[in-house]
Design a protein around this ligand. Sequence first.
Ligand SMILES: Nc1ncnc2c1ncn2[C@@H]1O[C@H](COP(=O)(O)OP(=O)(O)OP(=O)(O)O)[C@@H](O)[C@H]1O
Length: 290
Amino acid sequence: MRSRILFIVNPISGGQVKTFIPSLIDQYLDDRLYDAEIIFTEYPGHATQLAEAAVSSNVDIVASVGGDGTINEVACALESSSKTMAIIPCGSGNGLARTLKIPLDNRKAIQKLNKAKIVKIDSGTFNERKFFNMAGIGFDAHISALFAQDKNRGFKGYIQSTFREIAQYQAQEYQISVDGAVYQEKAFMISIANSSQYGNNAHISPFASLNDGLLDVCVIKPFPVYKFPLLAYRMFAKLAHKSNYVKIYRGSNIKITRATEGPVHIDGEPLFFPKEINVGVKPLSLSLIV
Ligand SMILES: Nc1ncnc2c1ncn2[C@@H]1O[C@H](COP(=O)(O)OP(=O)(O)OP(=O)(O)O)[C@@H](O)[C@H]1O
């Protein structure tokens, strides 16, 4: 029997047009295996609504065609359901897709669905919100907020915002509790890693695992701006843990407290959160085709 698959396409992710996606699906998805439907999102949050409707329908698989933000919207609806998710990476960073080794070439990613292998991954919670790749506080939350307003999405825009802001950003004090141990840290940013990378192969926590039931709390200490290229190099070389400016704690029951409420990001999407953030993990709660 053919599986019913719904492709949810975010037309703005990655700053590239997606009009070619339906013909790629038509050409490369095996129609002996799949009965496909394709819907383009019309506004932020629409992917969650479409995926929620799919959960209570006879759709078997929901494919997110976009970046980590679109994956988050779809996965929020599918997490802990009986449905399986697929990913066709079309974002700016594609952190989760890269970690799962899903081809970035859309044709190959679609063809892979014809030889589906299903895995389960953990998901994280950041207060009441779910995340699947990375959540964070500090500089990257600040950049996410700026990037969300930028019409020119994509890697270049992200790098431009980072270089413009990095020298002015002020580190903050945080209290971090990880499975009962309490640490006081002044941090440039704190990233909670389910996967190892932010996207674009920038690995902040090279040994983070998507299926260990744990999250990595990566504290990036304040650093002189001239050290940024070395820190960036270490991330791309999967050596961030060797930096004097990076500390990684691992656990499942995490609480972060800062002086005031402020920005956070959840899978790259900016939000405003209270000063106390409870972080948890739901082991193996999302089924994914890889
Ligand atoms: N039709 C739409 N119009 C405007 N925004 C949309 C639409 N559909 C979805 N969005 C929003 O687009 C945002 C960006 O999506 P996404 O994260 O997938 O792309 P990206 O940021 O370019 O990639 P990555 O997260 O991999 O860096 C999300 O916040 C999502 O809510």
